[in-house]
Design a protein around this ligand. Structure first.
Ligand code: NDP
Length: 419
């Protein structure tokens, strides 16, 4: 019998929770816990009539390690699915270690306060040593590997789509199609239209930080960093059409560079429309993307948090978003002494997602792999003790689960390569 504590009840978590409830033979009991308990209660009420999963709810401030540990001790779950924000990764991992429970999340650790002196010192050293300047990286969570290993617990990092499925795609390509992979291009295309001049598809704070940061890629054993949005390519995506895409830094590049033997180059591209980029540049230029508090009429305001309050709630985009996403990886490498290329990707329709779970495809493509990753841990298919990313496990049962729970994959053995 599996009991799971799910922390967070936003866009991604609500999809993951609904998917868990579609698989009540494994997810027999879940507790939905978040900062705003009313959201958890509303979702629980909606789901109870149509699932055998026993759902309870709780309020928790996941920034507070002791509060999380107390909730874990009280509920006694087999796994904590952390689907709140990357700011809470370390406090939840600490609580899991303290209570002896498996852990998983969907994005790697990032501090809420990037001006914190202690964090900043470590960050600046890492920028110099590693050569990329993103605020997030795996080092904080990889540092827990020995502790999880000694405790006999699994921590599964980044079980969303990208990171997440993209890494399982890499493991699958290596297992079934290549003797060695030389290049990986991860292509994330959102061909959806929500009709607003500007809105973000997931948490605006996390999304805008990611997109306004310098881009970087891995080549010949080191990072190459370039100014934000300075590398642009056009690609003709299956079922979406031609889109402009831009090179971004992305967290899975870091773990893939470590785990895919002899890989020569890894890049990540995401599509953006001109309206999104123009709005973002303007907001950045006037200081609205800043995380440093400013004093306004006696109140401290964090500009990006104020902006978040003005923008449409990502959860509200579902009913109005039409079109498809197409996310996947293009590989080149060697098989049986011959050069080979291979494209593995998923296409997801915003409106179909909305009809099934009341969310658009971005939350759906992240929430389904979160549930599938949890399924792998709970059923013992992925049960190595320590801290791991998805490419470090056998991809086959996870790929099967993706097909079963709504994210079937497609293959192309003659893909157009990205110059
Ligand atoms: P949302 O902002 O929609 O939801 C976040 C949820 O976390 C809310 O329910 C929020 O509560 C809750 N929360 C925030 N702070 C706390 C806290 N201190 N204690 C308890 N609960 C808290 O985010 P998303 O659903 O869009 O994203 C969830 C995660 O998924 C993020 O880490 C994001 O980076 C990641 N992600 C990963 C992707 C991937 O492909 N790997 C793609 C997209 C997102 P409240 O309701 O009170 O605000």
């Amino acid at each position: 019998m599996s009991k799971v504590l799910i922390i967070g009840c936003g866009g991604v978590a609500s999809v993951a929770i609904q998917k868990c409830c579609q698989c009540s033979e494994v997810f027999e009991e879940i507790c939905i816990a978040s900062r705003t308990k009313e959201k958890c209660d509303r979702l629980a009420e909606k789901l109870r009539p149509s699932t055998k999963t026993v759902i309870t709810t709780a309020r928790v401030n996941a920034d507070n390690e002791k509060e999380v540990a107390a909730l874990i001790r009280d509920y006694q779950p087999d796994l904590v699915m952390h689907i709140a924000l990357p700011y809470q990764n370390l406090s939840i991992m600490n609580a899991c270690l303290e209570c002896g429970v498996n852990y998983m999340d969907t994005a790697n650790y990032e501090p809420e306060d990037i001006n914190d002196k202690n964090w900043r010192e470590i960050y600046e050293k890492r920028c110099k040593d590693e050569g990329f300047s993103a605020y997030f990286d795996y080092s904080w969570q990889w540092a827990y590997h020995e502790k999880f290993k000694e405790a006999g617990l699994t921590a599964l990092l980044g079980s969303g789509f990208d990171p997440g499925v993209t890494q399982a795609y890499c493991a699958y390509a290596l297992k079934h199609h290549f003797d060695s992979i030389e290049t990986i291009d991860i292509l994330d295309c959102n061909g959806g239209d929500h009709g607003y001049p500007f809105a973000t598809n997931f948490n605006p704070e996390i999304n805008l930080r990611e997109v306004s940061a310098p881009g970087s890629y891995w080549e010949n054993g080191h990072w190459i960093e370039v100014p934000a949005m300075s590398i642009k390519r056009e690609y003709n995506f299956d079922q979406v059409g031609k889109k402009d895409m831009y090179l971004l830094h992305h967290e899975e590049i870091e773990s893939l560079a470590k785990n895919i033997p002899n890989v020569k180059r890894i890049r990540f591209f995401m599509t953006f429309g001109q309206s999104y980029l123009t709005h973002m540049k303007c907001l950045e230029n006037v200081g609205m993307l800043s995380t440093t508090p400013v004093l306004y009429e006696g109140h401290e305001i964090v500009p990006i948090q104020f902006l978040k309050a003005l923008l449409p709630d990502p959860a509200s985009l579902g009913p109005r978003t039409v079109g498809k996403t197409n996310i996947g990886c293009i590989f080149t490498g060697i098989k049986d002494g011959k050069e080979k290329s291979y494209y593995l990707y998923n296409i997801c329709d915003h409106q179909e997602c909305y009809r099934e779970v009341g969310s658009q495809a971005i939350s759906y493509t992240t929430g389904v792999p979160a549930m599938c990753g949890a399924l792998m841990v709970l059923t013992g298919k992925w049960n190595k003790a320590g801290v791991y990313t998805l490419e470090e496990f056998d991809p086959d049962p996870f790929m099967e689960a993706l097909n079963k729970y709504g994210l079937p994959w497609n293959e192309n053995f003659e893909p157009t390569l990205v110059p």
